[in-house]
Design a protein around this ligand. Structure first.
Ligand SMILES: [Zn+2]
Length: 731
């Protein structure tokens, strides 16, 4: 008999299962599970020492043994006694699985029966032959078994397992429809649902997962469809093929590419398998007993790899090189080129993968090998590389449903500003914060090498900080993000409702409402939302703010005006107090009367110019006046697409820096290591931008709210005598 046999084990302890030990105690202490593993390890070790030919893997209450059938049964019997005597743990025999391949079920059961009957040492195992009404619950299996959530067995068994999981997920994601808060809905889909396959993806090869019968694609579609349906009030069901492809891509692209970050599992799964398998090779190479696990071949010679997972790794490596344009590092060939320090250059160059024969020595690479790019890249970088060459997106990109969509993609991509701008006063890009930036640079540093601050308008979607979101507000923001008609405005646009200004009809995209000065109520609410957010982040950094009694200053034409918010005692921009003034720009035209074709079109091919112009107008209006009363003035300009003006972004960075300093001071650590400080500051800067991003999204939704009573009524023609003919006008 040569068949290989496996069994999975669930240990149970009296009334309290070890699974409960995990669930309850691990909430108290994450190390509890490791403590449990350390406790049972000697029991496993003692039993296995008597069976040197068998292999076992165990974690927590799950164990996996690979051996001949007779040996397997002996190990099980011995473990049962050992666990009972040493730790008072019961192995629950009916929950064990014995997988025997190459036999029919009847033969396999007979085989087990004979071995157990013939050996008195195995009498304790008699129960395992009992049959169950549900065949999947029988101990003896011939198709496969599931160990630690991973199916092992025939391709059909594995496929059926994944297909069942996919089907359940597609059904589950639909159940989330009943959530009334669309923000919570998005986060549940994104964090809890779109990640459910990760464990399987790391373990099962991409060739298996890509099989249409497994249904991974249906999961990817279901996830995106739910999000699109929720955000558009189900209008997504009416889209044509090109529009659907495009918006699906928008949902799937990462934030820095202007997407919502719902990475398709089919793409991230390839990176997951590659990373997990490559890391495993490196890990196995460091184990003293590796040859007992890898019975054929050498880890440092991929030509000798014969086992399934290693062959799949070879195949995935080739796919990454051929289909996803990664390059294989060649330590000898480009040893000199590698130390190029230019970030932009490095980002543009294709992702370098270590050659397969260097995976086993990742922990001891030489300087040259590291320099040549032989270090295993982070999994997310592999995912990024796959996504940038993702086939379905290439198709979608070829057919944009509208010019607006294309413009929005450009607007939503990560944009940057130079952290410390030394441009002269009066020149574009001048910064009053240049002497306040925490990391001073060499003033002669060439422009291309200067440090830059980055911002992606959509990144706030991944922020877990949450305030309740109303359905209408979510839809208004979501549809503007996509470039689709806003459901609430669509009705008005269809009825050709006239704006309060009496000069324009309300359009469904919100362009006129954003541009028109008449919607003061909505505009004020939006303004307050952003101010609230700025105040909240200031408070976290220990900065006192003042929203009332802001000193007014002389503007032009003898008018007086004031900013929105004072940051007290901040010593920024050359003065003790800093006055902020918030402005929101819209990047599309909406109130052009002379040339109506400009309505709905992008106002400037360089969106940064729109923000800069508004900022300069504000500066011209207020800065000198405030300087006269010894206050600094800073405009905080943002756009409806979520872009931030450079000075605003710099201010947020300074606030994040101060919050970090305060955190370390509060924890009595005045001299944190540079790494610790930068790590925390990075986190705070991210959260600060996300908080502003969330507020901006809400403000953008609030701004397009049109109160019914502000609309102009259709005038009744004067020659009509009978009002009843126009019931709509009778009140
Ligand atoms: Zn108007």
């Amino acid at each position: 008999m040569t068949q290989r046999l496996h069994y999975g084990m669930k240990a149970q302890m009296g009334k309290c299962t070890t699974s409960r030990v995990h669930r309850e105690d691990s909430k108290v202490d994450p190390l509890e599970m490791l403590r449990f593993c350390a406790t049972i390890h000697p029991v496993w070790a003692r039993v296995m020492a008597r069976h040197p030919r068998a292999r076992v893997l165990a974690f927590a209450d799950d164990g996996f043994v690979r051996a001949s059938l007779a040996e397997c049964l002996h190990i099980l019997a011995e473990l049962k006694v050992a666990f009972k005597e040493d730790t008072k743990l019961d192995i629950c025999l009916p929950k064990c699985k014995i997988y025997i391949n190459g036999l029919t079920l009847a033969d396999a059961r007979e085989e087990v029966h004979q071995i157990v009957e013939a050996d008195p040492a195995l009498f304790g195992l008699k129960d395992i032959i009992t049959t169950n009404d549900d065949p999947a619950k029988n101990v003896v299996q011939v198709d496969g078994m599931v160990c630690v959530g991973v199916p092992i067995g025939s391709p059909e068994f594995v496929q059926a397992f994944v297909a069942e999981k996919s089907k359940a997920m597609v059904e589950d994601v639909k159940k989330l429809q009943l959530l009334t808060d669309p923000g919570v809905h998005f986060k549940l889909v994104s964090y809890c649902h779109n990640t459910r396959l990760s464990h399987l993806s790391r373990t099962l090869p991409p060739t298996t997962m890509a099989n249409p019968a497994c249904g991974i694609q249906t999961v990817d579609y279901a996830v995106v469809n739910e999000v699109l349906a929720k955000g558009t009030d189900n209008r997504s069901a009416l889209w044509g093929r090109a529009a659907m492809n495009w918006y699906r891509m928008t949902a799937q692209l990462p934030h820095h590419e202007g997407g919502m970050g719902l990475t398709p599992q089919r793409a991230s799964g390839i990176a997951a398998f590659y990373s997990a398998s490559s890391t495993f090779v490196g890990w196995l190479a460091q184990r003293p007993h590796r040859l007992q696990w890898l019975r054929q071949g050498e880890l440092d010679d991929p030509g000798t790899w014969l086992t399934g997972p290693l062959l799949e790794l070879t195949h995935t490596h080739k796919t990454l090189l051929q289909d996803y344009k990664c390059v294989e590092a060649a330590p000898a060939a480009n040893a000199g080129v590698a130390d190029a320090d230019n970030g932009a250059q490095r980002a543009a160059s294709p992702l370098s993968l270590p050659p397969l024969n260097l995976l086993h020595k990742q922990h001891q690479l030489s300087e040259e090998e590291i320099g040549a790019g032989c270090v295993l890249p982070l999994q997310r970088r592999v995912t990024g590389q796959i996504m940038s060459h993702w086939g379905p997106h290439a198709t979608a990109k070829a057919e944009p449903p509208s010019a607006r969509c294309q413009h929005l993609r450009m607007l939503h991509r990560t944009h940057t500003c130079i952290a410390t701008s030394s441009t002269d006063d009066g020149e574009p890009g001048h910064s009053i914060l240049q002497h306040d930036m925490p990391d001073q640079e060499d003033p002669d540093c060439p422009e291309a090498k200067k440090r830059r601050l980055k911002h992606a308008g959509a990144a706030h979607m991944s922020c877990l900080a949450h305030e309740p979101v109303k359905k209408e507000e979510w839809e208004a923001w979501f549809c503007q993000f996509l470039g689709e008609p806003i459901p609430a405005l669509e009705k008005l646009a269809r009825a050709r409702s006239v704006c309060a200004c009496g000069r324009h009809i309300i359009d469904a995209y919100g362009d006129h409402v954003h541009a028109c000065k008449q919607h003061t109520g909505s505009r004020k609410a939006a303004h307050e939302t952003i101010l609230d957010a700025i105040e909240a982040i200031c408070r976290k950094a220990g900065i006192t703010t003042e929203r009332r009694n802001i000193p007014s200053v002389q503007k032009r034409r003898n008018k007086r005006g004031r900013g929105d918010l004072v940051l007290k005692n901040v010593n920024l921009g050359g003065h003790r107090h800093l006055v902020l003034d918030v402005a929101v720009n819209h990047e599309f035209g909406g109130d052009n009367l002379a040339d109506v074709s400009r309505n709905g079109a992008l106002r400037d091919a360089q969106p940064a110019r729109i923000l800069e112009n508004t900022a300069r107008t504000k500066v011209a209006r207020y800065r000198a006046g405030y300087a006269a009363i010894r206050h600094a003035f800073l405009p905080c300009v943002l756009s409806t697409s979520g872009r931030l003006h450079g000075e605003f972004l710099r201010l947020l960075y300074i606030i994040a820096h101060r919050r970090t300093t305060r955190w370390f001071q509060r924890h009595s650590n005045d001299e944190p290591s540079e790494d610790a400080f930068k790590f925390r500051r990075g986190q705070y800067f991210w959260h600060t931008r996300a908080a502003i991003g969330q507020a901006a999204a809400r403000a953008v939704a609030q701004r397009v709210h049109v109160a019914e009573h502000t609309l102009r009524r259709h005038r009744v023609p004067s020659n009509v005598q009978d009002d009843l003919a126009y019931p709509a006008t009778v009140h």
